[in-house]
Write a protein that binds this ligand. Structure first.
Ligand code: PEP
Length: 255
């Protein structure tokens, strides 16, 4: 039985004071929400501060990226070890904004994924097609490539502990959401790829989030699909009430 996971990707938003206030709001609305794993992923500069607010409540801390090296001359980068010392348990990898604007490829996503796993950080690996790819019928092929290359040289045991986030690029920050049927179909095909790469257990155990304009009013119909295990939430995670409503939608029984 997979426990749904809802993660807030704060992106490059929130000054220190704002981040602290948002974290307080989320803790106030959500501490004690059992049955769903909750993660917030602020920017690097406020991880410590948010960690202090979260204390030992149930909401977990994640980062938005990491570099695969342990340390070195990599100006502007942050290592897995650094994230661990800030209290991170999760890390988002291969977000489409990183792929589109910062030259991330399936190969570098794989390097980051293996570094995260070596450090015992739990990865949230993002995959998803552009609008052009969807319109040309390439969605399944693109996602298959991203999952296969992203998980290269990752063992079955390691893979089973990973989270995959299916995020159609055309749905991120646009207000356009994949229909529950569209999302469920891609999630099913991701499980098929995991079964081919590994085995039935991995395909069954990996949690697959949906991300892309999830809001309080569309979360429940997405999350009630059998292969959608919660969401990766951008814009709506910046407001405690809407994030809390989305988390609660993940608690609904399957239909
Ligand atoms: C995201 O950036 O991962 C995301 C899903 O953003 P939004 O919810 O704003 O579409």
């Amino acid at each position: 039985m997979r426990v749904p996971i809802v993660a807030g990707n704060w992106k490059m938003h929130m000054s220190s004071g704002e981040a602290e206030q948002l974290a307080r709001g989320i803790v106030g609305s959500l501490d004690g929400a059992a049955g769903v794993e909750i993660v917030v992923c602020p920017s690097f500069t406020v991880l410590d501060r948010v960690r202090n607010v979260l204390g030992d409540c149930l909401v977990k801390l994640g980062a938005q990226n990491l570099h695969w090296a342990d340390e070195g001359a990599f100006t502007g980068e942050v290592s897995a070890g650094m994230l661990l010392t800030c209290g991170c348990e999760y890390v988002i990898l291969g977000h489409s904004e990183r792929r589109a604007w910062f030259g991330e490829t399936d190969t570098t996503v794989n390097q980051r994924l293996r570094a995260a796993l070596s450090a015992a950080l739990k990865p949230i690996v993002c995959v998803g097609e552009t609008l052009e790819e969807r319109q040309s019928g390439a969605t399944e092929r693109v996602v298959r490539r991203q999952v296969t290359a992203g998980f290269a040289n990752v063992s079955a045991t390691e893979a089973a502990g990973c989270v995959v986030a299916y995020e159609p690029v055309w749905a991120i920050g646009t207000g356009m959401t994949a229909t529950p049927l569209q999302a469920e179909s891609v999630h099913t095909s991701i499980r098929r790829v995991l079964r081919e790469l590994y085995n039935d257990n991995v395909a069954r155990d990996v949690r697959i989030q949906y991300g892309g304009s999830v809001k309080p009013d569309n979360a429940a119909e997405l999350f009630t699909r059998p292969n959608i295990d919660g969401g990766l939430i951008g814009g709506a995670s910046l407001e405690p009430d809407s994030f809390a409503a989305i988390v609660k939608a993940a608690l609904q029984p399957e239909i």
